[in-house]
Design a protein around this ligand. Structure first.
Ligand code: RUB
Length: 354
């Protein structure tokens, strides 16, 4: 058994909720579109099929996208028998799938940097990098979870948006749910308000699925109820994940995050994002420079392929929005919690990031 198989076996023994793993020369993916009613896995044999699964949202969440990118390069190295040009082409394809997701792009580039030398040596070099990334990402989840848990008080109700959890990460708790899970495991009494997150319903389908598995009390609301909950004292903290953080601390996250942050400011509720160093884009000065992915408007006019508006109705689906740094109380990372002034404090931290 090679090292990657051993690591995957260990992860499974440790009861991690793996979104993707390598098995018998191909990739297995937990189909996130089928959650919570079916835990269905399917096999991916080519990078093209992986790119389609990412585009179609069968696998999603920034941590899981990074891992998918790493595995994708490994698959390309095996399938092409170490053909460097083909592996780089596979990298370009993977990076083009979700334009806001910086973790995917950075991880693909990191793995591609190991692609060199004799064709017969390439796959084992890539495999070593994939192993390093899998271990590192899991370690980040635990560390940022521990830092974030210090911000959570006994009795808090924490509102979260979209899904920033185990199957969107490396299987422990992703980002926001790592913070919540650590605080809960420390014995703090908590409740979580999960926003359903139209139109893909990641909050209703996946966040509540994981919270139930972890045994953490939770309540589901529709996205438009968050202001009501905040005004009526039902929310003490907000913790969301992040698809990209600009160097000044502006945050790109699932569309709807911005309106929760605005309401939180009005009601003096601390708003945090949980992230990792790989999701901070030091090459982007501010949120306005972050490319926002627009998805098919049919995803708004339909739910589960059933129309909810008259045929021909115009619809819009920006998949992410930007929360400006002045609405953010802290950025939780594996190196600690960063507060304002973000530009300055992120810069200091940049030197410590691996
Ligand atoms: C997911 C999304 C989540 C983030 C943050 O978008 O916006 O809120 O991924 O969570 P999509 P994390 O469902 O379109 O991929 O930082 O844990 O990924």
């Amino acid at each position: 058994m090679n090292d990657l198989h051993q690591l995957v076996s260990k992860f499974k023994d440790d009861q991690l909720l793996l979104p993707i793993w390598f098995e018998n020369g191909s990739l297995k993916i937990l189909d996130q579109l089928k959650l919570p009613f079916q835990e269905e896995y399917y096999t991916i044999h080519s990078v093209e099929d992986l790119a389609k699964a990412i585009k179609d949202m069968n696998i999603r969440g920034s941590g899981a996208l990074g891992i998918s990118g790493a595995y994708g390069i490994y698959l390309a190295a095996l399938n092409s028998k170490g053909h460097i040009h083909e592996i780089h082409q596979a990298g370009q394809l993977l990076k083009s799938t979700r334009p806001t997701a910086i973790n995917l792009m950075k991880t693909v580039d990191e793995v591609l940097s190991t692609v060199s030398g004799k064709p017969e040596e390439v796959a084992s070099k890539v495999e070593a990098k994939v192993i390093e990334i899998l271990k590192r990402q899991l370690e980040f989840e635990h560390k940022l979870g521990e830092y974030g848990a210090t911000l959570i008080d006994d009795g808090d109700t924490i509102l979260t948006h979209c899904h920033s959890g185990a199957v969107g990460g490396s299987g422990y708790g992703g980002r926001a749910l790592s913070v919540i899970r650590k605080a809960f495991d420390q014995g703090k009494s908590l409740n979580v308000i999960a926003c359903e997150t139209r139109p893909y319903l990641q909050g209703a389908r996946i966040t509540t699925y994981e919270l139930k598995k972890f045994g953490i009390p939770h309540t589901l609301i529709t996205d438009n109820m968050s202001g009501f909950c905040m005004k009526n004292g039902m929310v003490q903290k907000i913790v969301v994940g992040s698809d990209r953080v600009a160097s000044n601390g502006d945050l790109a996250n699932k569309v709807g995050t911005y309106m929760h942050a605005l309401a939180a400011k009005e009601h003096n509720i601390p708003f945090y994002t949980a992230t990792s160093s790989h999701t901070i884009d030091f090459d982007t000065n501010n949120g306005d420079s972050i490319e926002i992915e627009y998805r098919d408007a049919a995803e708004v006019t339909h739910i589960n392929n059933s129309p909810i508006a008259l045929e021909g109705t115009k619809a819009l689906y920006p998949s992410f929005d930007i929360t400006p740094n002045h609405l953010i109380k802290g950025i939780i990372t594996e190196k600690g919690v960063i507060s304002a002034p973000f530009e300055q404090n992120l810069k200091v931290l940049e030197t410590q990031f691996v």
